[in-house]
Design a protein around this ligand. Structure first.
Ligand code: NAI
Ligand code: OAA
Length: 313
């Protein structure tokens, strides 16, 4: 039996891409290719070499290669796309749609050529629409085109619940559905701490505040940073998704999936709970929603449709 290391390509060697590459290597999930535009070839090589040289100290054996050549990404098992521009204070994610759609298309044309069997995870914003663009540009089956939003949004939501109750995040469970925008839907009724529903532990007005803070979690970081958006928690989220796939863990994680009738939506990519394993998205779970929750999800889906309608695929 031939045992091989997985190959993971990260396209975009900026803040999210570089942190993702390092975390992938630290977790020894495979060998990592970090790829950016030709004008940034040397800085990309420099970042990769710098990370590699951390290996003997942190103790990881993964290879990390910096490049601007797609041939180096050939036959990747997973491709993570972080290429594109990030927003600045005062901007919405949707303001990035036209610039990033062009970048995603050109990246995906290359990925389709060099890594036709890969599973592709998209981070670039507005991510629901960019996942739709990638799906069309790649022509891959829907289970192999996945967007990252729900793992990050749920991590923020769970962080705020743990802080509120002064308990370990390890015991907090929650799920955030919908688009990666200000009307995403943290599902309070499906949130618990050590199995105890949060509605019995946290007063309603505080839960409302946590939901609102979660919805604006990305914007909160953008305002604080002043020149760019979050990268540590987004990178960690990408790594969790990659691990679920490469180790065939069958994790149940909210990710951006192509919907064909689930929750009553079709021809749209949006955040829903899924089963993530070696096949990528192996299943979409449809939760029972109250009419209020469904109305909130409809509003979020409408926002996703509006921004997706702007792009030509
Ligand atoms: N879905 C999510 O949860 C999150 C999405 N994001 C999004 O991820 C994207 C990246 O964010 P950052 O890494 O902070 O930005 P950044 O500006 O630090 O890095 C972006 C990198 O993409 C590269 N790039 C641009 N065009 C390219 C191309 N055609 N091919 C290869 N590389 C290319 C740039 O040269 C740059 O190095 C942004 O669109 C941001 O909004 C960021 C955090 C969370
Ligand atoms: O807010 C942004 O622009 C970046 C992002 O998607 C997030 O951190 O959730």
């Amino acid at each position: 039996m031939a045992i091989k290391r997985y190959k993971i390509t990260v396209v975009g060697a900026g803040m999210t891409g570089a942190n993702t590459a390092l975390m992938l290597a630290q977790n020894e999930l495979g060998n990592v290719v970090l790829l950016d535009i030709p004008q940034l070839e040397n800085p990309t090589k420099g970042k990769a070499l710098d990370m590699l040289e951390a290996g003997p100290v942190i103790r990881f054996d993964s290879q990390i290669l910096g490049t601007a050549n797609y041939d180096d990404a050939a036959d990747s098992d997973i491709v993570i796309i972080t290429a594109g521009v990030a927003r600045k204070p005062g901007m919405s994610r949707d303001d990035l749609v036209n610039t990033n759609a062009g970048i995603i298309k050109s990246v995906c044309e290359n990925i389709k050529r060099v890594a036709p069997e890969s599973i592709v995870i998209i981070l670039s914003n507005p991510v629901d629409a960019m996942t739709y663009v990638a799906y069309h540009a790649l022509g891959f089956p829907k289970n192999r085109v996945i967007g990252q939003s729900g793992v990050l949004d749920t991590a923020r939501y769970c962080t705020f619940i743990a802080q509120e109750l002064n308990v370990s995040f390890e015991d907090v469970r929650g799920v955030v559905l919908g688009g990666h925008g200000d009307d995403m839907v943290p599902l309070v009724r499906y949130s618990s701490v050590g199995g105890i529903p949060i509605e019995t532990l946290i007063p309603a007005d505080r839960i409302k505040a946590i939901v609102e803070r979660t919805r604006h979690g990305g914007g909160e970081i953008v305002e604080l940073l002043g020149n760019g958006s979050a990268y540590y928690a987004p990178a960690a989220s990408l790594v969790q998704m990659t691990e679920a796939i490469l180790k065939d863990k069958k994790r149940i994680l909210p990710v951006i999936a192509y919907l064909e009738g689930e929750y009553g939506y079709s021809n749209v990519f949006m955040g829903v709970p899924t089963l993530l394993g070696a096949g990528g998205i192996e299943k979409v779970f449809e939760l029972d929603l109250t009419s209020e929750e469904k109305a909130a999800l409809d509003k979020s889906a409408e926002s996703v449709r509006n921004v997706t309608a702007v792009v030509n695929v």
